[in-house]
Write a protein that binds this ligand. Structure first.
Ligand SMILES: Cc1cc2nc3c(=O)[nH]c(=O)nc-3n(C[C@H](O)[C@H](O)[C@H](O)COP(=O)(O)OP(=O)(O)OC[C@H]3O[C@@H](n4cnc5c(N)ncnc54)[C@H](O)[C@@H]3O)c2cc1C
Length: 325
């Protein structure tokens, strides 16, 4: 995937023209700030939205022929994109098919997760209401095993169509995903989810609708609803004893004094110490320095090591232009 080649900005347009001739729609130099909920990040070399396995496979062929790094984005809601951008190809999964059979749904990984929650309730299917208000796509949620209130999307998976990094397309079941807290084996490998089948229930629709509304209200009260951010910055810590809940990173951060921290235009959210908000014009550098200070405060106060949940998206070192590195 990563050949050590670097490509200068003016070459992206030429490459875009060549790729367009193969039938793939690509756009050069799109600011990652426009593709991420943090609203931070320099340009992606080439952006390529794909709707099906065939075009995803073609995308991967091109990345490998050109020897360019590539990555995949969904809704960009768990991403800190680097100010220097991403000197490579960015695949945007946009598949939005939806088929219902009994209590299972087959859906394109590009569906907005919260819209899917509302749509499945409309279709009389319950189960996903716990996830009301989680931003991003269903594909991003599945590879990150998104969850809240003690539930996770991985619990519902029957199987998924996946483009592997070697270019093969397979249907994989839950055992292949190896669901864990906010991660999966697929996320670690960089495989791309194209569509998935979820098994839902035909439970009490009124109760599910009420639960959805409560979660949405709760998020509006506690989360930075209209302020750019990427959700919880750090993962919660493992439980102190077997059978107990994970220890909330937000509580440790709050007790370590993180709530008043600010670096440049990045600030810890006043209602939730594990969320960094972009107060306007924050850079990835601001966020990384602030995150280091937050981690250090917890290390000093509790001797615990916080691990990022948000992914820092940057050009792999081998592909960076030495002139700007
Ligand atoms: C306000 C706010 C609240 C949030 N609350 C929660 C919460 O309660 N629970 C929770 O779990 N998360 C939460 N998040 C984090 C985020 O919304 C989830 O992690 C979400 O599932 C990420 O989906 P995405 O499509 O935006 O992925 P992106 O941010 O685009 O990508 C995240 C990772 O997934 C990979 N990826 C994306 N799409 C695919 C795909 N189709 N195939 C393979 N890999 C893919 C990317 O390469 C990247 O590594 C919150 C975020 C915000 C901003």
């Amino acid at each position: 995937m990563n050949s050590g080649q670097s490509i200068r900005p003016h070459d992206w347009q030429r490459l875009a023209d060549r790729i367009k001739a193969t039938g793939l729609a690509v756009t050069p130099s799109v600011p990652l700030a426009e593709l991420t909920t943090f609203r931070i990040g320099g340009p992606a070399g080439l952006l390529c939205p794909v709707e099906n396995a065939e075009s995803a496979r073609r995308f991967l062929d091109i990345a490998s022929t050109e020897g360019l790094p590539w990555t995949c984005l969904g809704g960009g809601s768990n991403i800190l994109a680097d100010d220097a951008g991403y000197d490579g190809l960015v695949l945007l999964v946009r598949a939005r098919n939806l088929d219902v059979a009994g209590d299972t749904v087959r859906i394109g990984a590009g569906w907005d997760f919260d819209t899917l929650v509302a749509e499945t309730l409309r279709l009389g299917l319950t189960g996903l209401e716990f996830a009301s208000g989680i931003p991003g796509t269903v594909g991003g949620a599945l590879v990150g095993n998104a969850g809240c209130y003690g539930r996770e999307i991985g619990e519902f998976l029957v199987d998924a169509t996946v483009l592997r990094t070697d270019g093969s397309v397979d249907r994989l079941g839950p055992e292949d995903f190896e669901f864990a807290y906010r991660t999966t084996a697929l996320k670690e490998r960089g495989d791309v989810v194209l569509d998935l089948v979820l098994k839902l229930d035909r439970g009490d629709l009124d109760a599910a609708g009420r639960e959805r509304q409560e979660h949405l209200d709760d998020r509006r009260r506690k989360h930075p609803w209209d302020i750019p951010c990427a959700g919880s910055y750090f993962k919660n810590l493992p439980p102190a004893a077997p059978g107990e809940w994970r220890r909330a990173a937000g509580r440790l951060l709050e007790e370590s004094g993180a709530k008043t921290m600010r670096e440049g235009n990045a600030e810890v959210f006043e209602k939730h110490a594990n969320i960094i908000v972009n107060r306007g014009g924050a850079t990835s550098g601001d966020v990384l320095i602030l995150a280091d200070r937050m981690r250090e405060a917890v290390r000093r106060r509790f001797g615990e090591e916080l691990e990022e949940e948000v992914r820092h998206l940057a050009t792999p070192r081998a592909n960076r232009d030495p002139a700007v590195d």
